[in-house]
Design a binder for this molecule. Structure first.
Ligand code: PMM
Length: 288
């Protein structure tokens, strides 16, 4: 098979392969890396280390979205995120801001962020879509059914792929109707958000179908998530390995996602996924 044309997003570089987005959570409680990069200096250093390992862009977030998490207030989120965005952008890093709040998105863009990643896909804050439209930056629209505090109760599907496509399409259309150029929108199935392991696996199996149905570049964020823990557990009743022991499985999903034409993968440990996406591209180029 010859290499297929790669998806691109207006306003961002074309990397010539699936991109790798490294994660910096400036939080005390994110499920896989909470507390490790909670001060500005440590968070900036971490972002630079991820770039050195092969990250093409770095996603900075100040609010944990793990199941059951309560929201942080706006002032605290701003205090966590903006100096880290400024520090990394000042070092020439392509920064994305992971936030559900328009005010945080606006101030992060003013501090140098070039992409807004909203896990609610514009649903949590009615000011988000107009703010991103005004800023003229790309926007990640993730599949989302409600805040993390009670999202597990919403993990009910008859046909998860069809429902995620339909619901994502509605968010995508709302973003475009609100003034965000379609060429700047990335879609994301929201692995682990209002989903059980079987739903996440079905979505990973259907990445190609998702990208084709929505006709937009796809971001895949499987890194260290619960469904990987379920797959890696010794049996259905056995305890899953802790989040930080799920990086090899994460890199496997990165390879699958790259092979299925994803625009980018979002990961905590960059090195293995950076290798995976490069390897996949080389294999595609070598194919007939
Ligand atoms: N998952 C988390 C945070 N941000 N953003 C996008 N676009 N997609 C995701 O699936 C996603 C996200 C939660 O994971 P973390 O707390 O380990 O960063």
């Amino acid at each position: 098979m010859n290499a297929e044309p790669l998806p691109t997003v207006a306003g961002l570089p074309a990397w010539g392969r699936c991109a790798v987005m490294g994660v910096v959570n400036v939080t005390p409680d994110s499920f896989s890396d909470g507390g490790r990069f909670f001060d500005t200096g440590a968070a900036v250093k971490r972002g630079l280390a991820l770039v050195a390992e092969g990250a093409d862009l770095v996603d900075v977030g100040g609010e944990s979205t793990r199941p059951g998490a309560q929201r942080v207030d706006e002032a605290e989120e701003l205090r966590r995120v903006v100096p880290v965005v400024r520090g990394l952008a000042g070092e020439g890093v392509l920064v994305s801001v992971d936030t559900m709040r328009a005010s945080v998105a606006e101030q992060a863009v003013a501090a140098g962020a070039r992409l807004v990643n909203d896990v609610s896909g514009g649903r949590a804050d009615p000011r988000m879509v107009p703010a991103v439209a005004d800023a003229g930056v790309p926007f990640v629209v993730m599949h989302w059914r409600g805040q993390s505090a009670d999202m597990n109760a919403r993990a009910v599907y008859t046909d998860v792929v069809r429902e995620v496509v339909d619901e994502l399409r509605a968010s995508l259309e709302a973003a475009v109707a609100g003034g965000i150029a379609a060429e700047r929108v990335v879609v994301d199935p929201g692995l682990g958000f209002a989903k059980q392991a079987e739903h996440d696996l079905a979505l990973v199996a259907a990445l190609r179908e998702l990208g084709a149905a929505l006709n937009r570049p796809l971001l895949v964020a499987a890194s260290r998530k619960r469904f990987l823990g379920r797959v890696l557990a010794a049996g259905p009743q056995a305890a899953p390995p802790p989040a930080r022991e799920r990086d090899a499985a994460t890199a496997a999903v990165s390879a699958l996602a790259a092979r299925d034409g994803a625009w980018a993968v979002r990961v905590h440990e960059v090195r293995a996924s950076a290798d995976a996406v490069r390897l996949v591209r080389a294999v595609e180029r070598a194919g007939r």
